[in-house]
Design a protein. Structure first.
Ligand code: ATP
Ligand code: MG
Ligand code: MG
Length: 352
């Protein structure tokens, strides 16, 4: 059989590897950490730095295709992968790992991000606030996830009190939204695109807590415009694999938040709730196989993240025979750490 290389060792890689195994592929995980919940379910594991070109080259030599489950992999050293295809490609990775680049890119394609401005120097925050106003959010351009590297700024006083770290930062206006939603799509090697139903996403402290499909009327009305943008992003990048765009549903239509060049937490419901899961279709796409149907299998689904929950605390969920429990096999249940998720299928059509 063939071997799929996966950069990144977290739960997304774990679920990718599980889907790959079903299709007869072996997975080889490459990650800097000594322990990896993806490696726990994969055939091979290389512990190595993302900037170690020799180690990356040796890894690639054992893979037929390489993908990633983590978008903060430095792009330069990936040249060491040589002729082994990287899917999605390095250009997608490069754009999606920099909030300024991704907002510029999406704006050029006709999308609407929140008003934004990159900080050029120490006085940049004040200039940005003068241009955009408050409230707003100051974010690191790179490396942020789960709301890390973000500072909410209610007014000028908040800004005065803040010590802005000396790294690339971006300030964006605070968006007043009805709900948040995501567009998750897959694009095949042949350019075919398919979309899953959009989930309404709820966050708690910057971390996704719940995704629900169907997402409700407000979102459903904005999905066509959001899909059009997502398709343009995928097309322009000649993207292969699963791609996610996050949006705010506002009175003025969908406002783009960010993109993830990968499978997404708000798509975990697809494992049981869709005909083909995001993980399976990602594997199919990067391996050049025909894509599976992204349609719903059931009238709806609700996915709840288990954040900082121990296995002992989570296992009683199984008393609900309709709950699909996923535990990632992580050791310590630290606060804010995604330990698993649970999906409950909605089996009866809601009365309109
Ligand atoms: P992820 O784990 O999704 O990659 P992240 O760390 O990249 O998260 P964002 O998606 O930028 O963070 O922000 C996290 C959450 O904070 C958003 O889903 C939204 O709830 C809120 N948020 C971020 N930016 C804004 C904004 N400009 N206006 C209003 N809310 C925002
Ligand atoms: Mg993000
Ligand atoms: Mg986000």
């Amino acid at each position: 059989g063939s071997t799929i290389g996966i950069l990144g060792g977290g739960q997304l890689g774990r679920m990718m590897a599980m889907a790959a195994a079903q299709l007869g592929y072996r997975c080889h995980i490459y990650a800097p950490e000594s322990e990896s919940v993806a490696a726990d379910v994969a055939a091979d594991f290389t512990q190595g730095s993302y900037s170690d070109e020799a180690a990356l080259a040796a890894f690639a030599a054992q893979c037929d295709v390489v993908t990633y489950e983590f978008e903060n992999v430095p792009v330069g050293p990936l040249a060491a992968l040589g002729d082994v295809p990287l899917r999605a490609n390095a250009r997608a990775l490069e754009i999606a790992q920099d909030r300024l680049a991704e907002k510029n890119f999406v704006a050029d394609l006709g999308g609407t991000p929140a008003p934004y401005r990159a900080l050029a120097d120490e006085t940049g925050l004040f200039k940005a606030i003068a241009a955009i106003g408050t409230p707003g959010i100051l974010k690191t351009r790179r490396d942020g996830y789960d709301g890390k590297g973000q500072w909410r700024i209610r007014d000028g006083c908040d800004a005065d009190e803040l010590t802005v770290p000396p790294i690339p930062m971006i300030y964006e206006g605070f968006v007043r939204f009805a709900t948040e939603f995501s567009v998750i799509m897959v694009r095949g090697l042949d350019g075919q695109v398919r979309f899953w139903d959009s989930a309404a996403n709820e966050h708690d402290g910057g971390i996704l807590s719940r995704s629900t499909v169907p997402a409700g009327r407000v979102v459903v009305a904005q999905v066509p415009a959001a899909r059009k943008l997502a398709a343009a992003v995928a097309e322009t990048l000649d993207y292969v694999g699963v791609l996610t765009l996050e949006f705010f549903a506002t009175d003025d239509g969908p406002v783009f938040n960010e993109m993830a060049p990968r499978v997404h937490n708000s798509g975990h419901w697809t494992i049981e709730g869709a005909i083909t899961s995001q993980f399976e279709n990602h594997i199919r796409a990067i391996c050049g196989l025909p894509l599976g149907d992204c349609g719903l299998r059931v009238p709806g689904a609700v996915m709840d993240n288990l954040i900082g929950t121990t296995a002992e605390e989570a296992l009683p969920i199984l008393k609900d025979p309709a709950a699909h429990l996923h535990l990632y096999g992580k050791g310590e249940a630290r606060e804010g750490r995604k330990m698993g998720h649970v999906t409950r299928l909605i089996l009866q059509e809601a009365d309109e």
